[in-house]
Design a protein around this ligand. Structure first.
Ligand code: MG
Length: 268
């Protein structure tokens, strides 16, 4: 918690009003782990530990900061459906801004039960790629925020259609903007947000210097807000000489080998 407090204080000092708070990695870092002998390699987490620690995290954050900023949290589909419902109910009292990906896309039918039992704001969508995946969730008011990834939808035009579809259902947009998106993607999202009346918040992850060198014209948030670039088009360029320094390297990503204590691999 001490590490989390110091990061929150720094981020609030930069003007942010919405902060996603996690303890350790997705699913948390277990206090102790009881695996079988010779466990398979991977990133282990314990769902019960994770739920208990995260509810405690919310409690401590509200005790320390009150409602000075909005708290977000990403479950990253680390729970089974009934656990997800219990977890959402436990968090409701702490009034999160939204809880993200409580369920994997193939379990989204459970959202009907979840909605009938608590009013925690639900965000999802970063894994969606076609309208069949979001259509039912929108027309049945199963979610509050869509977190789709613009390039995965097919680009700017499908993103505009999706956002316009959400608006009369009261569903808002928070485009997925993880650390592996480029500044071009961030600029596209910002332009869309300026245009859309149902844009809610824009995710931001600090740019490393290497990235800034490759993408001249990148935009950075000022005092918690992004502003649209005024250069023509999307507004960000690519330095084709600079980018040659960083050829694509394929390597295994251990974090995607997510395992529960008995070694079973689960969605990352
Ligand atoms: Mg996410």
């Amino acid at each position: 918690m001490e590490e989390l407090y110091s990061q929150i204080d720094r981020i609030r000092g930069e003007g942010y009003q919405h902060i996603r708070c996690q303890l350790g990695f997705y699913g948390g870092i277990p206090d102790s782990l009881k695996t079988p002998d010779q466990p398979m390699a991977g990133t282990y987490f314990d769902q019960d530990d994770y739920m208990r620690n995260t509810v405690l995290m919310f409690q401590k954050l509200r005790e320390k900061y009150g409602f000075a900023f909005h708290i977000l949290h990403d479950v990253h589909e680390r729970l089974y459906p009934n656990q997800a419902i219990q977890f959402a109910r436990d968090l409701e009292a702490y009034k999160p801004y939204f809880i993200e990906d409580l369920l994997p896309p193939d379990q989204n039918e459970w959202l009907a039960q979840l909605r009938s039992q608590c009013a925690v704001p639900i965000a999802t969508g970063e894994l969606f790629s076609n309208p069949m995946e979001w259509k039912e969730l929108i027309v049945n008011w199963r979610i509050d925020f869509l977190r789709c990834h613009v390039s995965q939808l097919g680009g700017i035009t499908p993103a505009l259609k999706l956002a316009a579809f959400c608006e009369p259902f009261g569903i808002r947009i928070a485009w997925h903007t993880p650390s592996d998106i480029t500044p071009i993607g961030v600029a596209v999202n910002t332009h869309l947000n300026i245009h859309l009346h149902n844009a809610a918040i824009q995710e931001n992850i600090e740019l490393r210097d290497k990235i800034k060198a490759v993408f001249p014209g990148y935009n950075e948030a000022r005092n918690g807000y992004f502003y649209p670039l005024e250069a023509p088009g999307i507004g960000v360029d690519i330095d084709e000489e600079e980018i040659k320094k960083y050829p694509v390297i394929y390597r295994p990503h251990e974090w995607t080998q997510s395992r529960i204590p008995d070694g079973t691999i689960v969605t990352p």
